[in-house]
Ligand binder design. Structure first.
Ligand code: GCU
Length: 650
């Protein structure tokens, strides 16, 4: 096997007195993934033991596991009653049982032995999805972990790695996946026609066994690019018929296909605007075509003008998703879900939460995050994203009275995957904490980001206290450190254009993307209050009042919402310019500290992992220094204000 088992690589249990693992279950479950998982785990945890089906052989040297489907439980719900020699796991379906098995194995692995406990759980988010941005040639858009394991040289691939993928994802709680890039390119041709039919069926069945629904991204213009029609107008009867037939063929042969994810009228992708139609017309047309098969259309809200003139100060990219979709609230079919990026721009290290979450009372919504660290260090820098995701899901929109948190408004969550075909799946071992943590959080929103990190550390590195404490410190402080040495106070961007790695304060400033910082010698920031672009007024009154005034705005978002002089005093008591200097020095020092912590673990972590992570830390420290110096120097020159602590600014 040329890939890691990550958190599913179990260690031998402390107590080896059990020589038999007896599994008792109804016939239907005998071939289930739940049973496979028990056998896999037994091979690692109890290598001497034999696995049997015969409960009459149960004695002191046996461990008995009883698996049952209980129709009174919901599909993904489970109940565990475990003791040190018998465990009963009940689920609402084979998938509920599977989740129960994973929970039981996790607990057993964390304790290092069989323990008595009971657990009852229903996953917090109904739809827990990954979006892979994989292309048919095997490349991955914004991929930092090697190439695609779904596609190789134009072919769809199903092999041992795909099985491991399904196991890892299901064990973290993921229940849906989109296998191809939202920028579909030529792939629609293969996915929507016959060419991948057999392998797609195989993949779909494999995922189904692990409770993972399959989604694909079709090209909105497929009636033209695949079907040879002259138009993709969603109200054209020929177009409607083409999609109806296409879906009939596709869904009949793929019972586990759950629907489409669509990027339309976005960064050059085709969409309904070309025909004078709106996004409800486009989404509903597809929704009707998939409806007979119980399918869902997930429609992205990442729609903005990407050919802006930087001198135009009235057009504000941050406003665009709300401006486009708010007027359509209530017009979408009930099998459409709008997928909204967590912030109004594009996965920056700090953005306000998108106002759309509080604005679409009559529409199904999903939140979209990005585990692929496009703007957060590209898996070369350690940035543990779970605290941020948790904070956003807990964000109160003040729009719906009680239960107005984002996590309660949405019916699902998606994240751009950070995986690829490298040995450790995520470029560096530490980035796997984001993959695991994302799934775990959606599965059980009561967990804290710290608890999840601790769980992941123990499952990955074992129970050494020093490793635990140091890796935990690195993870929990990583997001703040990255934010500190990169872009201050919610300003965003300032990275190198195109590849989005490393500092370039004016890289996006005079370009067409609507991503400006408006820094000059007097002031910095974009005025998005009521007197500026008015973006702050897209929020509920409570939040509009908070963000709309310079006095109330939280420090960390000040430059996102307001344009202020460098001498403006923050709530922290520091001036903006001094805050920039201080955070950049501190952030860099933190990166050095993380690298030193990791170095001190050399004797405690396996050689390959140690070397891989060390190499990443070397790069993180180098790059953090570059960010510190370029950003400090940029603002020092523009403002002409010296650091009050007299540190050297390069
Ligand atoms: C970002 C990213 C693109 C991606 C886009 C999207 O802009 O840089 O590569 O296609 O987001 O979310 O669609």
């Amino acid at each position: 096997m040329d890939f890691s088992k990550l958190w599913l690589g179990y260690k031998q249990l402390e107590d080896c007195s059990k020589k038999r693992l007896i599994i008792s279950c109804e016939h239907d479950l005998k071939d289930s993934a739940a049973v496979d998982e028990l056998k896999n785990a037994a091979a690692d945890m109890m290598p001497e033991a034999i696995v049997l089906w015969r409960s009459e052989l149960f004695d002191d040297a046996s461990y008995l596991i009883v698996l049952t489907v209980k129709p009174e439980l919901s599909r993904e719900e489970y109940d565990i009653a475990a003791s040190d020699n018998i465990t009963e796991i009940c689920g609402g379906s084979d998938i509920g049982v599977l989740y129960g098995v994973y929970a039981f194995l996790r607990r057993t692995a964390l304790e290092g032995r069989f323990v008595s406990f009971t657990e009852h759980h229903i996953p917090s988010q109904p739809l827990r999805m990954l979006n892979h941005w994989d292309n048919s040639d095997g490349s991955i858009e914004r991929g930092y972990s090697g190439n695609s394991f779904f596609f190789r040289d134009g072919e769809l691939v199903v092999d041992q790695r795909t099985v491991m993928y399904a196991r890892l994802m299901a064990s973290a709680g993921i229940n849906a996946t989109v296998i191809n890039n939202v920028n579909v390119r030529g792939l629609a041709k293969h996915l929507l026609s016959e060419s991948y039919a057999d392998t797609l069926t195989e993949l779909s069945e494999l995922l189904r066994r692990y409770g993972i629904k399959l989604f694909i991204c079709p090209d909105f213009a497929a009636p033209i690019t695949v079907g040879g029609l002259e138009s993709a107008d969603p109200l054209d009867v020929n177009v409607i018929n083409w999609w109806t037939q296409c879906c009939s063929r596709l869904f009949s042969s793929l019972p586990n296909l759950a629907g489409f994810l669509v990027k339309a009228d976005s960064e050059g992708q085709p969409g309904p605007f070309a025909y004078g139609r709106d996004h409800a017309d486009g989404a509903n047309m597809l929704a009707k075509a998939v409806k007979p098969y119980g399918g869902t259309i997930i429609w992205r809200c990442f729609v903005y003008n990407c050919t802006q003139d930087w001198r135009d100060e009235k057009t504000d990219r941050a406003r665009s998703a709300y401006d486009c979709f708010k007027p359509l609230d209530g017009k979408f079919d009930d099998n459409v879900i709008l997928q909204v990026k967590n912030g109004p721009m594009d996965f920056q290290v700090r953005e306000p939460v998108s106002p759309l979450f509080g604005a679409m009372d009559k529409t199904n919504l999903m939140a979209e995050f990005q585990l692929a660290q496009e703007y957060t260090g590209q898996q070369k820098h350690v940035v543990y994203l779970v605290p941020m995701i948790k904070e956003i899901l807990a964000h109160k929109t003040h729009c719906k009275g009680e239960n107005d948190e984002v996590g309660k408004i949405v019916c699902g969550v998606a994240a751009v995957a950070n995986t690829g075909d490298d040995h450790c799946w995520t470029g560096t071992e530490l980035a796997a904490a984001n993959l695991y943590g994302y799934g775990r959080l959606l599965f059980d929103e009561s967990l804290s980001a710290e608890q999840i990190a601790e769980e992941w550390i123990a499952l990955t590195f074992g129970d050494d206290k020093e490793v635990h404490d140091k890796v935990l410190e690195i993870l929990m402080e990583s997001h703040k450190a990255y934010e500190d040495y990169t872009v201050p106070l919610g300003l965003g961007w300032m990275c190198k254009p195109n590849n989005h790695y490393g500092p370039d304060p004016w890289g996006y400033e005079f370009d067409r993307w609507g991503t400006y910082n408006r820094a000059d010698r007097d002031a910095v920031g974009v005025e998005r209050g009521p007197e500026g672009t008015g973006y702050s007024t897209q929020y509920s009154k409570e939040l509009a009042d908070l963000y709309g005034s310079v006095e109330n705005c939280p420090d960390e978002l000040l430059l996102f919402f307001h344009r202020v002089p460098y001498t403006h005093k923050l709530h922290s008591g520091k001036t903006v310019i001094q805050h920039i200097y201080d955070t950049h020095f501190e952030g860099f020092e933190k990166a050095e500290h993380f690298a030193a912590l990791w170095d001190s673990l050399e004797s405690k972590v396996d050689e390959k992992t140690f070397a891989n992570v060390k190499e990443r830390f070397n790069e993180q420290v180098r790059c953090a220094k570059e960010w510190r110096d370029i950003i400090n120097c940029f603002f020092h020159r523009l403002s002409g204000i010296d650091d009050e602590k007299g540190r050297k600014i390069y």
